[in-house]
Design a protein around this ligand. Structure first.
Ligand SMILES: N[C@H](CCC[C@H](N)C(=O)O)C(=O)O
Length: 291
């Protein structure tokens, strides 16, 4: 039988997703997780880090649902939010450059930046970081305590990490060189099924390199190594400030494999602001023969 889906492939610093617009016309997707797995496959599908649906919302201007490459649904996605904002602005699904996007972790405020009507970037207010252990979540310990630093031992080696949620869980490990980070060892072990992280965690490696910049690499829950992670970049800045390795309330350049983001943890509002690019790669029609 099969179904046809119009899609737009977009990326935020190389963190690419297949976007489907359920506002312009309703989407008939019997199994979103299965579709995410299929479209993400580079050989049998389109190839991406996952699937993002742009949907009507009754509590914001638009809604974003994001599914990782393995089909798991996430509660937030920073690079995805910037691309959703650009898409909605350019397709006139909203009538203003600043608007609200509903996510499973609450609404996020987006501001689309333009020069001579061309989108040059997007700022997302990523709201407040969540630091309480039981809310991230991280198992064990005092649930109300902030997980400024915790440790785990794997393969006979002790590792220290800081846990931060930006609506989705992140464990941040500080290293002297992200290129040498044990990402291939710790990523697969910790990201999806490790008991310390009951909902999994995005495993990030952080190297503060100055008062205003950090290097950051990530093994994402549900997707593996990606070129960039927006929520992870925010979590990495928050963790670096908590560890007194960066000043609060300053714009920080986060260097990721796919490019740079600017992140600022505002001391007044306690909100984290993330600014960066959002690019269209292609549009097309996906023929799903499995439904
Ligand atoms: N893998 C993440 C979702 C995507 C986040 C990332 N791509 C971003 O830009 O924030 C999770 O399961 O929480």
């Amino acid at each position: 039988m099969g179904k046809m889906y119009e899609f737009t492939k977009m990326h935020g610093l190389g963190n690419c997703y297949i976007y489907m617009d359920g506002i312009t016309r309703p989407l008939d997707i019997p199994d979103m997780a299965a579709l995410a797995r299929r479209v993400s496959d580079p050989a049998f599908g389109i190839g991406s880090d996952g699937l993002i649906l742009i949907l009507p919302s009754d509590r914001a201007d638009v809604k974003m649902r994001i599914f990782n490459k393995d089909g798991s649904e996430a509660k937030n996605c920073g690079n995805g939010l910037r691309c959703v904002a650009r898409y909605c602005f350019e397709h006139q699904l909203v009538d203003k450059p600043a608007f609200e996007i509903e996510t499973l972790s609450g609404n996020r405020h987006a501001t689309v930046h333009t020069e001579h009507s061309v989108v040059t970037g997007v700022t997302i207010d990523m709201d407040q970081p969540i630091l309480q252990r039981r809310l991230i979540p991280v198992a064990g310990g005092d649930g109300d305590r902030k997980v400024i630093r915790d440790k785990l031992t794997v393969f006979g080696t002790d590792y220290q990490f800081t846990a931060v949620s930006m609506g989705n869980p992140h464990a941040l490990f500080f290293v002297d060189d992200v290129a040498d980070a044990p990402i291939d060892q710790l990523g697969p072990l910790l990201a999806d099924t490790y008991p310390l992280f009951p909902e999994g965690a995005n495993i990030g490696f952080v190297h503060p390199i100055s008062e205003s910049a950090i290097d950051y690499r990530v093994w994402e829950r549900g997707s593996g190594i990606t070129q960039a992670c927006g929520t992870g970049a925010c979590a990495a800045v928050v963790a670096s400030i908590l560890e007194q390795r960066l000043p609060k309330d300053h714009p920080i350049t986060v260097h990721l494999a796919g490019g740079d983001l600017t992140v600022q943890w505002d001391a007044t509002t306690n909100h984290v602001l993330m600014t960066g690019s959002a690019e269209v790669i292609c549009t097309g029609t996906y023929y799903d023969s499995q439904v």
